[in-house]
Design a binder for this molecule. Structure first.
Ligand SMILES: Nc1ncnc2c1ncn2[C@@H]1O[C@H](COP(=O)(O)OP(=O)(O)OP(=O)(O)O)[C@@H](O)[C@H]1O
Ligand SMILES: [Mg+2]
Length: 245
């Protein structure tokens, strides 16, 4: 397990490790990496928290992970800049949604990547072409949502689009409070609209804390969120056909 550095120390290490726009080498990957698209169109549903935590789980499984941050808010990139040096390495590509095609070709040119995790901005409706491109490339699309009615309204529509595009996709319930009635009604409604990840992610302070320190919950000692994201990662590995690697 990586030790959590202070924020100051992590920030000092930041600049060197960031990869903005990667050159495309002449030879493409021999083995095609799997692409996981984390997208919901709804702000604050947990896309970035899910992207970073699943990337960290994958890296701890020994996979070589490239993260793609397509959000101008650059939340994932800022998290990456805080990442302690002794934590398992990740690669980052950052650019706007309008550059999604370039992200695909840049990442295709990277040697030795096993998994690509794409974090998307809210408001995907504003980027229909880029969204289609990413969905077409994705081996799996994970759609995080809170149990809130407005969030579920939005992701149910997004799932209709994903079905039309014939994407492999499932909802992920995030920020849940399992004792609440809303939790059960949200689950029932999502289950009616598409596939639902069988494990969900609770509303937990340690998930919020990952953003401060550039770590994933599995890198925080005694984190309750570790159980949740490890289980989600187990599910995603199955969906990507990577469970036995
Ligand atoms: N399960 C959780 N428990 C507690 N806090 C959470 C959880 N999931 C996300 N958060 C917090 O909620 C906020 C929004 O989460 P996050 O940035 O992952 O969402 P997002 O969908 O990427 O948002 P945006 O659409 O703005 O990019 C963050 O402060 C994050 O730390
Ligand atoms: Mg985000």
């Amino acid at each position: 397990m990586a030790k959590i550095a202070t924020i100051e120390a992590a920030q000092k290490q930041a600049e060197v490790r960031r990869v903005e726009h990667l050159p495309v080498p002449a030879l493409a990957n021999a083995k095609r990496p799997k692409w996981l698209l984390v997208a919901s169109g709804k702000g604050g549903s947990g896309k970035t928290s899910t992207s970073l935590n699943l990337s960290v789980c994958a890296a701890h499984d020994g996979l070589r992970v490239a993260m793609v941050d397509l959000d101008r808010q650059a939340t994932l990139s800022r998290w990456y800049e805080r990442r302690p040096d002794d934590a398992p390495a990740l690669t980052l590509w950052h650019g706007p949604m309008s550059d999604a095609a370039r992200a695909l070709s840049d990442i295709d040119g990277l040697p030795d990547i096993d998994l690509v995790v794409v974090d998307t901005p809210p408001g995907l409706d504003d980027h229909p072409d880029a969204s289609r491109l990413l969905v077409a490339r994705a081996d799996f699309v994970l759609v995080p949502t809170t149990p809130g009615t407005a969030d579920i309204d939005s992701v149910v529509e997004w799932m209709k689009f994903l079905k039309r595009e014939r994407a492999n996709a499932s909802f992920l319930l995030n920020k849940v409070q399992r004792a609440h009635t809303r939790y059960r009604t949200a689950k029932l409604r999502l289950n009616r609209s598409g596939a639902l990840c069988p494990v969900d992610v609770r509303l937990l302070d340690d998930i919020e804390a990952t953003h401060d320190h550039g770590v994933g919950v599995i890198e925080i000692r005694k984190s309750r969120g570790a159980e949740d994201f490890t289980a989600v990662w187990d599910y995603i590995k199955q969906q990507l056909g990577m469970a036995d690697q």
